[in-house]
Design a protein around this ligand. Structure first.
Ligand code: PEP
Ligand code: MN
Length: 372
């Protein structure tokens, strides 16, 4: 993987963190684009976003204004001095975006999901020097996200950022797209040089939860935020519920706290060190206890084998979940955490019991046929 330059080296005239991208979901009219951009100027926006070609789930809804809107974005640059970014989903989009001097391109969630398409875009980016931001795929698949980053990187693009916009799921959720924070956090661990931007607008699907998600992202040390804004959100032709007026965006941004990665206060550092030692010790105990629990599970496996009892006992599983949740919630753990934790423990326990049963079966067969 090549060395990725940090966002501050993108030559877009900013040095601050968080890097702030804002603008409407879609460019709808000349007036909407220009008024929104002019109002955003005083809010510290570093990059103006607007969808020119809108990937819509169902046909018949607003699909973007195409090439005409690229001219409005050129005016935005002239009027405000803010660089601009658009979503590209085909080689033709790239060609047009370059023709109108768009500063940064982004790949949407429905593009990242398709390696054929990403490869086509990567091929048409060969020899082009433009930053590219890559949204996570719609489904929670880290490998696909990394694959798209690699394809674009291999085309010679050095300025690459990842945008976390959440993952769609069929279950009911308070989020429009579930954040699954562990996925971007793992992306960051695997590709530490890639700036990570959070898109609270598409994660939340409404305005009232975005402050919380944006703050959380900053506390996870994200480099930037992409938040949708519109001079008249209620009249937006797409994603009306999740767009802020530029004034509301300004309030949201000023309410955010940017915490430092570390401190030079020696006392605080040594206190943190002490607490980390405690955590190391506790983790050691957790693993020892889990191993002990699995040893007992194997004993049960052996016992079940000799008494012809099935491994999975649904009532017992129900009972475990019920009692552990009550206990956990009582001790200030969340229900979701207990459920996830015990689903993992139960899975491992079944695996260990199955292995034990297989081993018992083998040794029984050997005893029955000593000469075979
Ligand atoms: C958008 O940014 O407006 C958009 C279409 O986003 P996504 O690809 O995350 O759905
Ligand atoms: Mn949108």
């Amino acid at each position: 993987m090549s060395v990725f330059t940090s966002l501050t080296n993108w030559d877009l005239g900013f040095q601050t963190r968080p890097f702030l991208i804002s603008g409407p979901c879609g460019a709808e009219t000349h007036e909407q684009v220009l008024k929104t951009a002019i109002q955003l100027k005083s809010k510290g926006v570093h990059l103006f976003r607007a969808g020119i070609w809108k990937p819509r789930t169902r046909p018949g809804s607003f699909e973007g204004m195409g090439e005409e809107a690229l001219k409005w974005l050129q005016e935005v640059k002239q009027e405000t001095g803010i660089p601009v970014t658009v979503e590209v989903a085909s080689p033709t989009h790239i060609e047009l975006a370059l023709k109108y001097n768009v500063d940064v391109l982004w790949l949407g969630a429905r593009t990242t999901v398709n390696p054929f398409l990403v490869q086509e875009l990567a091929s048409s980016l060969k020899g082009v020097n433009i930053p590219v931001m890559i949204k996570n795929p719609v489904n929670p698949d880290l490998a696909l996200w990394i694959g798209a980053i690699e394809r674009i990187s291999k085309a010679g693009i050095e300025k690459i950022a990842a945008i976390h916009r959440g993952f769609s799921s069929y279950e009911n959720s308070t989020y429009r797209n579930k954040p699954n924070w562990e996925i971007p956090i793992e992306l960051r661990r695997l590709l530490p040089g890639i700036p990570l931007i959070c898109d609270p607008s598409h994660i939340c699907g409404n305005t009232f939860m975005q402050q919380y998600v944006a703050q959380f992202a900053l506390d996870m040390q994200y480099d930037g935020l992409m938040i949708e804004s519109h001079y008249k959100p209620a009249e937006a032709l797409s994603d009306a519920k999740q767009q802020f007026t530029p004034d509301e965006l300004g309030d949201l941004i000023s309410s955010l706290v940017v915490r430092n990665a570390t401190t030079d206060d020696e006392t605080a550092l040594s206190k943190i060190e002490d607490m980390r030692d405690q955590i190391d010790e506790l983790d050691d105990q957790i693993v020892t206890l889990l191993a002990e629990r699995m040893r007992v599970a194997r004993l049960i496996g052996e016992y079940k084998f000799h008494h012809h009892i099935a491994i999975l006992q649904p009532e017992r599983w129900e009972e475990i979940i019920r009692t552990r949740t009550i206990n956990g919630v009582d001790k200030k753990l969340t229900e979701e955490f207990i459920l996830t934790l015990y689903t993992m423990i139960h899975k491992e326990s079944i695996y260990q019991q199955t292995q034990q049963m297989e081993a018992e079966k083998k040794s029984d067969t050997l005893q029955q046929e000593p000469n075979s």
